[in-house]
Write a protein that binds this ligand. Sequence first.
Ligand code: ZN
Length: 72
Amino acid sequence: MSGAALLPCPFCGSADAHLDESRQYGHGEAFDTFKVRCECGAEVRVGSYAGDRPEQHKAEVVRRWNRRSTTS
Ligand SMILES: [Zn+2]
């Protein structure tokens, strides 16, 4: 982990939100998804092509979560 702290969920107040990383492959390319998800169903997601500044995207998803601005 990068050490970035996640704030409690803006919707249910749970402190159990966590960061998931997943990699998918399609059309000859790898695609990474960084997602902060809470058990209540709230989530914030940032995607990037594999190897495309993963640390920056990880920081971005944490920042979005902490700002409580969801895109969905
Ligand atoms: Zn929640």
